[in-house]
Write a protein that binds this ligand. Sequence first.
Ligand code: ADP
Ligand code: ZN
Ligand code: ZN
Length: 738
Amino acid sequence: DVQSHLTGPSVSSQAGVTVWQVALPGPLFRLFSYGIPEGMHPVSGARVRVPFGRGQRVGILWRPTTPEREVSLKYVDALLDTGSLLDAPLLACLEWAASYYHFPLGEVALAAFPPALRKGQVLSQPGMRLTDAGRRALEDGGIRGSRQRELLMALAEQPLGVAESALMHFPRATRQGVVQRGWAEFLTLPLGATFSDDLSAASIQPLSLNTAQASAVSAISADMSRFRVWLLDGVTGSGKTEVYLSLIARVLTAGKQVLVLVPEIALTPQLVSRFALRLGAAPVVLHSALTDAERLQAWLAAQSGRASVVVGTRSAAFQPLANLGLVIVDEEHDASLKQSEGFGFHARDVVIWRARAQEVPVVLGSATPSLESLRNAQMNRYETLFLPERAKGARMPVLNLIDVRGQRMSGGLSPVLIEAIERHLVAGGQALLYLNRRGYAPNLLCHDCGWVAACRHCDAFMTWHRQSRRLKCHHCGEEQSVPETCPVCRSELSPRGLGTEQLEDVLAGLFPDFGIERLDRDALSRKGELARRLARIRAGDARLIVGTQIVVKGHDFPDVSLVGVVDADQGLFANDFRGSERFAQQLTQVAGRAGRADRPGTVLVQTHHPDHPGLNLLLRSGYGAYAAQLLRERAEAGLPPLRFSALIRADGRDAPAPRHLLDTMASGLSTADWVGLSVWGPVEAPLARRAGRFRYQLLLLADDRALLHDALAHLDAWIGSRRPSGVRWSIDVDPLDM
Ligand code: ADP
Ligand code: ZN
Ligand code: ZN
């Protein structure tokens, strides 16, 4: 805490002492001043170890400041880096992000570092290097000991030096022996210094671009030394990736780096291998499944400028890059680019800020652009480039509704859909069934007394996972074994509703002669499992695919000729205002999996609401027309992106406290001082109780950003000061989940 930081054994400040502000992890919205001992050479963006409270913390030197005479000052214990790890535009971006997202700067700043560096790992290590004498000895063949020769050969492969940690399979005596003979030397190596990507050996030739692709590439590459945001609005299969690759190749020729943000790398193994084949070397990949050591290596390769192409998920938005030349955000509409808990940044918006500061162009790609980006394009802040047709000449799929009212359904499938699946399978195609609900059944209930398996900690039912014989809460992770009979009346329990596991069973019963693969989050629990399933699908060993949202994310299944949307009604009546946008994006994306190659595609959408105007507009006129309609509705209702929003969430173990906190905030903001600000709520969160905590939310809507941020700054003053015990609360700026 602040007090113990300022007292304790410390040195009084004197004239002439250098004092720096340091960003430290923790919940406080401020920087901390520390003295710099003589002989230390401080620089912005280098890490320091400082005394804090009773312990030590790793922080980041931010900027020099003038010492305050009255305050006694503590000194930095150690400077961990000799130079800055963060460039000036990134430091500025972190400061902007902290204030824009109303999150403590110390926490935000640490988001730019991999875990190893946050913990204070130093960036040098003991290593060995071959000497000239050693090289000559190798050439002359005059080395007797075979271990020594092996060691020298290993060193010869990396002239800059090899970390000793990578040489531990050679006995210590061997390592010391070659140094004593003058064939090698010990030295201190910078970590990551040996990375190099060899881009010379592209193994596939670029495709010749079609007219739309070529004009997009030439528009963007006409001036690459200027900030501009391009919205690449291209239908599914229109060859957006080919456009990216073509632009990347140009940037690499100019010797610069490209940052590519994608929603989830684990889900798109195809993208990374396609990049590798086209560009000659694997891009450096940054995502959360890496080990700390792997992550550090990737970070260093990107930070030093040695990695030419860096592909990452949202956290890569803060990756330092020595030599940035272009930013690409693929699937820019995807909600996973926004972090919804804690530091609630949107990776797309962060990289746009950085690109502006660094005079670098940004390409936002999507077949279903977010309303935010469409609005920015309308306002001429972004420039739109259309790819209206599929690249390989394939036609866009035909979409049709199936009215399932009164139909005899078999496991959620209408006779029309079953018949269509059969027809496509017999014709040699693949069929993809989309159902956005994993597990066997979303409920397990007693038909006699009405008991339903519910989560003890949440206002939610437990999903029955039959294969793993568990009941799971998809909100808090609670798991239980499945009761044999009703715990109340001992009757039989039966499933209600349809999940992907059950759909897989139903299809296996109907079409026993065709393999099935299921693509949902449960299928990702083991490493390599997704790749294995995708391979079976690509090879045609599985002709039926059952999938949740994951399948809609960018997979290319050339033989899928039929897509069945099993339950469109699930998305039709969402309880927040972004529901229809999200639904239209998912439907368009999943429909886009059909007919990508030679086989024409059909999409069948099952619904109980065949007259739903939105659904009909979407199917008849496409995503663009539907999105334009949604934008008009948002304007009429005074909602984002026409106005600016923030969501205040509060939760606590007993219901009144969080609600009371938000009530007080709401009344503090609804006075005459806040003209142009609307305060909605507080209301219960959509999931009113999660993991044992009662949840409420307050939505702020403002006519302009400045007003919204004034209001939020007003609330920031609450942090730490008036927080009732046990209540957690947070600010989510530009919220997507509500
Ligand atoms: P998107 O990213 O827009 O969904 P992709 O870049 O994956 O589209 O392209 C879809 C398919 O079309 C891929 O199989 C790709 O190899 C192919 N393709 C893209 N551009 C061309 C082109 N100019 N000529 C031939 N095939 C192309
Ligand atoms: Zn019962
Ligand atoms: Zn739960």
